[in-house]
Ligand binder design. Sequence first.
Ligand code: DAH
Length: 338
Amino acid sequence: MKEQIPAIQTEALARIAEAADERSLEDVRVGVLGKKGTLTQAAAGMRDVPKEDKAAVGQLLNEARTAITAGIEEKKAALQALADEKALEGIDVTLPARELAGGGLHPLTLIKDEAIGILRRMGFSLAEGPEIEDEFHCFDALNTPEDHPARNEKDTFYFDSGKLLRTHTSSVQIRTMETAKPPIRVIAPGSAYRRDEIDATHLSVFNQLEGLFVAEDVSLPDLKGTLEYFFHELFGAETDVRFRPHFFPFTEPSFEIDVKLTIKGQAPRWIEVAGCGMVDPAVFESINKGRKDELFDPEKVTGFAFGMGLDRLAMIRWGIKDIRLLIENDVRFLKQFA
Ligand code: DAH
């Protein structure tokens, strides 16, 4: 044994030195240190070693195992270093890296976030509702009669089930009042759908931001002040904002809001950006009926509502002439906003 162990060690170290890849290195390890390896078998012979030699032989065994294990680890590292060197051959690692194209937010996201930010500072919180709606939430509860043109098959996407793609985010007003109680101050940004002919100013999917404020003593000046402030924050304090009387079934009185667009070299013109008004008592009555309570008693609470087109706001902000650019994912267009 005393000769055998050093011989195994010497042979193993020689084979390790010769090993040209990890695979042959592993073969050496298994052949020497594995279950049936030469050193393992030699160790099994310990029991036949005379008592007085056991300590010395044991030490030899340990030394051999340590030396061989270290040899394998060392060689493994050397092989790895060699492989790394090979992989980098012909590559100049001092060359500057290729620049990664950074992403950016879509203009619609930018304008939406900005609008939400302004309204949140005024105390509005976010609400949401489904895009697949029913006629009740999209029309009936909003005081919109059966024969209203918006309910026409020609204008609205209906499913066979009778459900529809919401034509405006105003349905979220109803969804909110069904579960919350006054005071309510919410905004709901989201998609709306109409069967419009697609052109430079119309898409069949567009984006709105709805607002609803219901409490005691909410008045028309509150509505005007809030929205004027909003558009001044968004487009600049010098921007002219006007409220033009209009009709919506769910508000009374109702208005359309225009902002005055002044582009250098062009005559200023008014552009419609939102609809708004004081919540019609008929809407509150419908809510009370559904809730089976009187929390929205029109004698006690009043409210205002508004809905604006986010696509339109983005177009105004950046002078975008064709709304289709907002959905075409053309990087040449989008990277201006990154
Ligand atoms: N829902 C209307 C539309 O899509 C916009 C609107 C008008 C929303 C008046 C309102 C409102 O909340 O009070 O044209």
